[in-house]
Design a protein around this ligand. Structure first.
Ligand code: OXD
Ligand code: MN
Length: 583
C-alpha cells in the first residue's frame, strides 16, 4: 500500500530531519514484515528466538538493567497552563520542554532505522476507535505494538486522508536514565519518549495514548478513558452481564479479568474483554458501554501460574514476546512462582548465570509477557464489538489489611465517585520501603490522568448526570489480614463468589445491610459452597472497625485537600460519611 496521507508524510519528514535516521521504513503489519524484522533483531541480539517446539512464535528480550519500569518521576503533562496539569502531574512549560526534547532527539536515530508504525486503539471501524502513529528506532517496540494494537494497513485505511491522529515520537537514544523523558502534550495530540526501551515508557499506544492523551480527549468529548479491566459473566441461562474494575498495580487485575469460576458455580462462565484499559461511552440506551482499546496483554510474568491464572498461562504459549524473565539453557522461559521447578541452570534477566542457589531473582519482578488477546481461552466473543459491551457495575479496590471490607456498594453515583477518588492500597512486605503505608490512587489513575485530577473528578460527577441508566459502583478488598497477618480470603477463582453477589445486587435479587460506608452483604448471602470457610469468617471480612475508620476518614480528608479543583460534591460526600459515623 502506498501511504499517501500528506499530514503523516509532512510530520515524518520533519521528525526525520530532527532525528536523522539512516532510513525510514513505513510498516504495513504483514507477516512477511514481522518475520523480516525478527530475523534482523535475532542477528543483532536485540531478540533471542525461543525454543520453537515448546514456545512456537515466541521471542525473548532483555532491557537495559536501569530501564525496567515506568518512570513516573520523569513523566510529564505539558499543558499551556500549569493548573491544567494539576498538582499530581509533573509539568514543564510546553515551549521549554520542546526545546529540551529537540536537543535530546537531534541526531538520536543516526545509524539507525526509523520505523513508522500506524495503529488503531479500539476495534477497527468502530466509531470510538482512534488512530496513532508512532515513530521509533526500536524493532522491539514495533513487534510489541504489532501485538498490543491493530497495526499496519488496517490503520492506514482507517486514517485515510485525515489529520486526526495522535503523534508519538520514540527514540532509545543512548538509554540515558538522566535524560529519560516521557512527555505528553495533550493540546497538541503529541507524545515524546526518549532514552528508554521499557514497554510502559515506549509502547506509546498504551499508557501514554490510551490513558493520558485519551483521558484528556475523553473529558473534552464527554466519555471516559479508564485504567480498568472489563469482564463478562454469563449465567446458566446464557445471559451475560459486564463489569469494569480499577485497581492499582499488584492487586491482580489481569488475574481477575481472566478468572475461572469455582466448580460450585455451575453453568457460570467468565469472559475477558480487557485487562488494563477501558474506553467508556454513554450509549443511546443511557447505559455505559465499554471497549478495550488494546489488542494484546502486557502482563507481569512472576506469580503467573496454572493456579493463579491458567488462562494467562495458556495465552502466552505461542506468539508471545517475553521481556526480562529468565532464559533456560534450552531456550525456554522461567520466572518465580511459574508453578514449574526452577531450571538447574539458566541466565537471569540481566544475562548472568543463575542457579536455584542464587540469591538474586531469576526474573525481574516487573518482567512481562506481550501476548495477543485473541489467544486467551476466556476471550469474550464480544471483545471486538465496535460499540463495546454494556456495563452493569464498576468496581474500585485496593490492598487493605483492615480498613475496607471484602466488598461494599456505594449509595449512589456521587458516593461511588467518592469511593473511587479515595481508594487506596497499602505497601506490602514484598516491596521495598515501609509496610502498611497507605497510598491513595484515585480510580488507579494517579499516574495516568492527562489533566488536572480535580477536573477529572468533576468530569466523573458530570457524567453521572448524563447516564440515565447508571451502573452500580462497588469497592472490593481481597486482601484483609487476620491477627497472624495471613490473608483471610483465598482470592483467585473464589473471587467469583463476590462478583456473583454484585450481580445479584445489580439485578435486585439480594438484600444488603446499610452501614456508614455503604451497603454490605449479609454474611450468609456469600455462597461458600465447596470452600473451607465459615459464615463467621465472612463476618470478619465484612467487619468495620470504628477506630480504624476514624483514622481512615482523617486520612481521606488530608488526601482530598491535595486537589486544588476538588468538586464540592466530594466534600459533601466526606461530610456525609463523617455524619453517618458520628465523627
Ligand atoms: C501496567 C501498569 O503495566 O499499570 O499495566 O503499570
Ligand atoms: Mn495498568
Amino acid at each position: 500500500m502506498v501511504m499517501r496521507n500528506k499530514h503523516v508524510r509532512a510530520w515524518v519528514e520533519e521528525m526525520a530531519k530532527l532525528t536523522q535516521p539512516d532510513n525510514i521504513v513505513w510498516l504495513d503489519g504483514s507477516l512477511e514484515e514481522k518475520e523480516r524484522l525478527e530475523a534482523e533483531a535475532f542477528a543483532t541480539g536485540e531478540l533471542i528466538e525461543l525454543n520453537q517446539e515448546k514456545w512456537p512464535g515466541c521471542v525473548y528480550h532483555r532491557t537495559a538493567v536501569n530501564d525496567v519500569a515506568r518512570v513516573e518521576g520523569r513523566t510529564y503533562i505539558c499543558t499551556t497552563e500549569r493548573d491544567d496539569a494539576g498538582p499530581t502531574n509533573n509539568w514543564v512549560d510546553p515551549q521549554e520542554m520542546h526545546a529540551k526534547l529537540n536537543q535530546l532527539f537531534a541526531g538520536s536515530m543516526k545509524g539507525r532505522t526509523m520505523y513508522v508504525i500506524p495503529y488503531i486503539m479500539g476495534p477497527a471501524g468502530s466509531p470510538v476507535s482512534k488512530v496513532g502513529i508512532e515513530l521509533t528506532d526500536s524493532i522491539y517496540v514495533v513487534l510489541n505494538m504489532r501485538i498490543m494494537t491493530r497495526m499496519g494497513n488496517i490503520a492506514w485505511e482507517q486514517l485515510g486522508d485525515s489529520d486526526r491522529f495522535v503523534k508519538g515520537l520514540h527514540s532509545k537514544a543512548q538509554l540515558d536514565p538522566e535524560n529519560r523523558y516521557i512527555v505528553h502534550f495533550p493540546e497538541e495530540n503529541l507524545i515524546a519518549s526518549v532514552n528508554s526501551g521499557y514497554g510502559g515508557n515506549v509502547l506509546l499506544g498504551k499508557k501514554c495514548f490510551a490513558l493520558r492523551i485519551a483521558s484528556y480527549l475523553a473529558r473534552n468529548e464527554g466519555w471516559l478513558a479508564e485504567h480498568m479491566l472489563i469482564l463478562g459473566i454469563e449465567d446458566p441461562e446464557g445471559e451475560t452481564k459486564y463489569l469494569t474494575g480499577a485497581f492499582p498495580s499488584a492487586c491482580g487485575k489481569t488475574n481477575l479479568a481472566m478468572l475461572i469460576p469455582p466448580a460450585s458455580a455451575k453453568g457460570y462462565k467468565v469472559y475477558t474483554v480487557g485487562d488494563d484499559i477501558a474506553w467508556i461511552r454513554i450509549g443511546e440506551d443511557g447505559r455505559l458501554w465499554a471497549v478495550n482499546p488494546e489488542y494484546g496483554f502486557f502482563g507481569v510474568a512472576p506469580g503467573t501460574n496454572m493456579n493463579s491464572n491458567p488462562n494467562a498461562m495458556l495465552t502466552v504459549r505461542k506468539n508471545t514476546i517475553f521481556t526480562n524473565v529468565a532464559l533456560t539453557e534450552d531456550k525456554e522461559v522461567w520466572w518465580e512462582k511459574m508453578g514449574v521447578p526452577a531450571p538447574e541452570k539458566a541466565e537471569d534477566w540481566k544475562g548472568n548465570p543463575w542457579t536455584p542457589e542464587s540469591t538474586e531473582k531469576a526474573a525481574n519482578p516487573n518482567s512481562r509477557f506481550t501476548a495477543p488477546a485473541a489467544q486467551c481461552p476466556s476471550i469474550s466473543p464480544h471483545w471486538e464489538d465496535p460499540e463495546g459491551v454494556p456495563i452493569s457495575a464498576i468496581l474500585f479496590g485496593g490492598r487493605r489489611a483492615s480498613a475496607a471490607p471484602l466488598v461494599y456498594q456505594s449509595f449512589d453515583w456521587n458516593h461511588g465517585v467518592f469511593v473511587g477518588a479515595t481508594m487506596a492500597s497499602e505497601t506490602t512486605a514484598a516491596a521495598a520501603g515501609a509496610v502498611g503505608v497507605v497510598r491513595r490512587d484515585p480510580m488507579a489513575m494517579l499516574p495516568f490522568c492527562g489533566y488536572n485530577m480535580g477536573d477529572y473528578f468533576r468530569h466523573w460527577i458530570d457524567m453521572g448526570k448524563k447516564i440515565t441508566n447508571k451502573p452500580l459502583i462497588f469497592n472490593i478488598n481481597w486482601f484483609r489480614l487476620d491477627k497472624n497477618g495471613d490473608f483471610i480470603w483465598p482470592g483467585f477463582g473464589d473471587n467469583f463468589r463476590i462478583l456473583k453477589w454484585i450481580l445479584d445486587r445489580c439485578e435486585g435479587k439480594v438484600e444488603a445491610v446499610k452501614t456508614p460506608i455503604g451497603y454490605l452483604p449479609k454474611p450468609e448471602d456469600i455462597d461458600l459452597t465447596g470452600m473451607d470457610m465459615t459464615v463467621d469468617d465472612v463476618r470478619e471480612l465484612l467487619s468495620i472497625d470504628e477506630d480504624v475508620w476514624r483514622e481512615e476518614v482523617a486520612d481521606i480528608e488530608r488526601h482530598l485537600a491535595l486537589f486544588d479543583r476538588l468538586p464540592d460534591e466530594l466534600n459533601q460526600e466526606l461530610a456525609a460519611l463523617k455524619e453517618r459515623f458520628g465523627f
